[in-house]
Design a protein around this ligand. Structure first.
Ligand code: SF4
Length: 173
């Protein structure tokens, strides 16, 4: 059976692209789903030239329009990341993605509950969304998305598979 194309944050399939040179292989999720999905990996932070290893970034300011800044240096990556995200989510249309699995809590990839700090050094945060995930969801609001944490729940995983299959059949997108 032909596998269904689904986008995924690269670190979840074991690519060593994280800020510390490691990965976040989510074996229990991606090994099961990899039998029916064909992965289209994306690492926005490597793609914008942050390098591996790199200074970790975070979101700062307002939850609606956060800035992406280096956690120590406060280097501003916001424009570079937003421009990349707009371009890449458009390019991904050629892949006919039927779903996307994002890394949870990432300032680039997180779809929900990513901390947005008021200012550097602040311990207070609001829940926000990673800049790449935000661009993807705005351009493709009907494509099913989830993060790996949600998909550890078998019921949620089955529902996600059903939504992706529906999108693949042309019913949902
Ligand atoms: S969470 Fe996203 S940006 Fe961070 S390492 Fe994984 S794929 Fe790259």
């Amino acid at each position: 059976m032909k596998k269904i194309p689904v986008g995924i944050s690269s670190c979840l399939i074991g690519e060593e692209v994280r800020w510390d040179g490691g990965h976040k292989h989510a074996g229990e999720v991606v090994d099961a789903l990899g039998k029916i999905f064909r992965w289209v990996p994306v690492c926005p932070e490597v793609a914008v030239g942050m390098g591996v290893p790199r200074e970790p970034v975070g979101l700062y300011g307002s939850a609606d329009q956060p800035l992406m800044l280096g956690n120590e240096s406060q280097t501003d990556w916001t424009v570079r990341m937003r421009n990349y995200a707009l371009r890449r989510v458009k390019e991904l249309e050629t892949e006919n993605l039927c779903g996307f699995i994002f890394k949870s809590k990432s300032p680039s990839c997180g779809v929900q509950n990513v901390p947005v700090y008021k200012a550097h050094g602040s311990r207070h945060s609001q829940p926000g969304r990673g800049l790449f995930a935000d661009a993807f969801l705005k351009r493709h609001p009907l494509i099913p998305v989830a993060d790996e944490d949600e998909l550890r729940d078998l019921k949620v995983r089955e529902e996600f598979i059903a939504r992706v299959r529906q999108a693949s059949a042309g019913d949902g997108v």
